[in-house]
Design a protein. Structure first.
Length: 178
């Protein structure tokens, strides 16, 4: 009976692990699309300032920012800071998008370890569950399921070993018992 329960437990763990593994490529895809959308948005917002920089400063946005910051008017100084923040945001999204131009495992690792926190939080908050049935998702899901099953098997093997080592029948009898 224990063996049957163990097999069913492994089947359930495998199914859950496969479904979780299938979500990772979907999450990465949603993350990448969101980064791209934010990059497009900030580029559109910067376009009028870039046109001014093109017209008066040979395209140098830093000179436009310096002009704003050097102004005696507080609103223009703050506008310079706002432009600077938009440029930094654009560069951040460009770097993030460039880092995602690789294979799926490296993309997933990037999103997990070095992904943009703002974007990651947005994706988590508005995540749409799906079961993509493309080759990458299926392979990734199967690999995640395999790794989790191996970890479960290893855990049970270690538990059985520990129980066997600690059970009274496996301890040597003491010399005082006769």
């Amino acid at each position: 009976m224990t063996a049957i329960l163990y097999r069913y437990l492994l089947i359930v763990v495998a199914c859950v692990a496969l479904l979780l593994g299938l979500q990772i490529p979907n999450f990465v895809d949603q993350y990448q699309k969101r980064v791209d959308a934010h990059l497009r948005e900030v580029s559109v917002n910067l376009q009028p300032f870039q046109e001014i920089a093109d017209k008066y400063f040979a395209g140098d946005m830093n000179k436009l920012i310096e002009l704003h910051r050097a102004s005696g008017e507080k609103p223009f100084q703050e506008e310079g800071l706002a432009i600077e923040k938009m440029i930094a945001r654009k560069l951040r999204f460009e770097a993030d998008l460039a880092a995602l131009q690789t294979d799926l495992p490296m993309k997933a690792l990037h999103v997990l370890l070095r992904g943009d926190k703002e974007i990651r939080d947005e994706v988590i908050g508005q995540y749409t569950y799906a079961v993509p049935l493309n080759r990458d998702a299926l392979v990734f899901g199967a690999c995640v399921a395999l790794v989790i099953l191996l970890l479960v098997e290893l855990s049970f093997a270690l538990a059985r070993f520990a129980v066997k080592k600690l059970s009274p029948s496996s301890r040597p009898s003491s010399p005082t018992q006769a």
